[in-house]
Design a protein around this ligand. Structure first.
Ligand code: SAH
Length: 231
């Protein structure tokens, strides 16, 4: 896939685009008549470790030249233009990318004006990132980042995970053993005040613990804490 930036005006944006491309494993940057140079110190500073992408950016005189070897060209715009087009969202693009013939050219417009209606008409289809209609224009590099984020998540199918080191998750039985211990200590210290109040208080208190995710280490810490308090 090629990320194609048309007439980019701000060096910072060139650098920020290179950086976010590296974050999401994209490396082919094409620039159509950029207004700033890839070795502008502001671009280099914003690219951080992704300077290689800027260095290898290929420069073209027209959108036609920059997309000549692409089989699918997708234009991005904050506001739909007055021409019949199918507008994808980043998510539907990510979901359908495999059915689009590649190489794909993903085209971004200049900061001030965006892509012209003719440039949008030239693209095979278009993509609009859903944002507040009253404030729909994203920073160029943010727009690139949002789209590449969706593509990357779709490709890697990343899942949320626990970082818990050596300790294992507590089983229901582990938690129940701890709660029995807790109840014993609360009985000993007359926490419930009256026998009549105990069932409801116990249910609420145990419910509080049941809503947590415990690891073995957490239960040992809690036990140690209660032990120390009771002493
Ligand atoms: N006023 C311009 C905004 C330019 S922002 C316009 O109407 O498009 C610079 C570039 O960032 C845009 O050309 C587009 O490529 C991208 N961009 C900004 N906001 C976007 C959005 N909501 N959806 C898709 N692309 C967006």
């Amino acid at each position: 896939m090629f990320i194609i930036l048309v007439e980019t005006q701000l060096a910072e944006n060139l650098g920020a685009v290179a950086r976010v491309m590296a974050n999401f494993k994209q490396s082919h940057l094409r620039l159509v008549s950029p207004k700033v140079s890839v070795d502008d110190p502001k671009a280099v500073a914003m690219a951080v470790g992704a300077y290689r992408i800027l260095e290898n950016a290929v420069i073209f005189d027209s959108l036609q030249d920059a997309t000549a070897d692409c089989c699918t060209v997708i234009g991005t715009t904050a506001n739909p233009r007055d021409v019949i087009k199918h507008y994808k969202t980043p998510r539907t693009f990510a979901e359908n990318k495999a059915s689009l013939p590649g190489p794909i050219g993903l085209v971004f417009g200049p900061e001030r004006t965006g892509l012209t209606t003719d440039q949008i008409a030239f693209c095979n289809s278009t993509l609009q990132i859903p944002v507040d209609p009253d404030f729909s224009s994203l920073n160029l590099s943010h727009a690139v980042g949002i789209i590449l984020y969706e593509l990357y998540q779709n490709q890697t199918n990343a899942q949320p995970f626990w970082q818990h080191g050596e300790t294992a998750a507590a089983t229901t039985q582990d938690v129940d053993v701890f709660l029995t211990y807790l109840e014993e200590k609360l009985d000993q210290t007359h926490f419930w005040r009256t026998d009549a109040k105990k069932p409801l208080m116990r249910r609420n208190l145990f419910g509080l613990f049941k809503r947590q995710t415990f690891f073995q280490q957490d239960l040992r810490t809690l036990r140690g804490m209660i032990e120390a308090l009771v002493k």
